[in-house]
Design a binder for this molecule. Sequence first.
Ligand SMILES: Nc1ncnc2c1ncn2[C@@H]1O[C@H](COP(=O)(O)OP(=O)(O)O)[C@@H](O)[C@H]1O
Ligand SMILES: [Mg+2]
Length: 276
Amino acid sequence: MAGAGAYLIVVGNEKGGSGKTTTTMHVVIALLRMGFRVGTIDIDGRQKSLSRYMENRWRMIAETKRKLGVSEHRVIVRSKLADPAAAAADEQQRLTAALEEFSARQDFIVVDCPGSENPLVRLAHTFADTVITPINDSMMDIDLIVELDSRGEVRAPGIYAEMVWEQRQERLKTHGSGLDWVVMRNRLTQIGDSNKRMIADRLDGVSKLLGFRLAVGLSERVIYRQLFLAGLTILDLQDPDLAVKETPSHLAARQEVKDLIRALRLPKLDSRLERL
Ligand SMILES: Nc1ncnc2c1ncn2[C@@H]1O[C@H](COP(=O)(O)OP(=O)(O)O)[C@@H](O)[C@H]1O
Ligand SMILES: [Mg+2]
């Protein structure tokens, strides 16, 4: 637990473009729609994609007066202090303050990470109750989780898996409990090619060794890209006042988001899952 009460979810992977921000937004809106209070923290202070997504949502609400759920949002930027130790202390102080503040009044806190590690990313992982790692179906993405040889045999843990392992040990020391690490595949194509099967096999095979659970995740769908500008998620499209004519692809997308939320096994969800 990050503090008094809030449950902390960190969405991370040492890879840009793997779907962290898209996943974060969908998890946040799912929690809000289930009636939870949610605090969000963008620690990708350079791209600020989650903050841009939220701004688009606030603008949509202001312009249309629609009743859409919103999180309480913060951005934590990297420290500008020149001395590395002072910079790390400054970042730690600001992230910890935001977590403590949110812990007092939110049910969940969701942190969206940048695509490369830094002290803020490490710190967020040591506080995490659940880490969600979206990966694209490519060997380059898998390499960050597990290094394979040319025959697809395991050589070593990938750099991101090493980082999660270290932060998990750190967390055991400081919090006395482990974290739940969920790796999810993103941008899955509908075609059942051999690359896709090999990736599923390999991830399945190493999940115990590296300490993660594998969730199927999200398919490649244009709708996920289109929703950013409106500040919406696939879950919002079912609201009658939006008057969107939903396609079978929308319905399938909503189902996969629901399946993902269920697979996360978050606390306090129970029958609230039906509200999605
Ligand atoms: N399942 C998906 N289907 C289609 N496009 C996706 C999907 N997930 C993410 N994208 C798109 O891929 C790009 C990178 O996603 P993003 O969530 O910003 O990744 P990250 O935060 O890891 O950099 C964005 O343009 C996003 O809209
Ligand atoms: Mg991002």
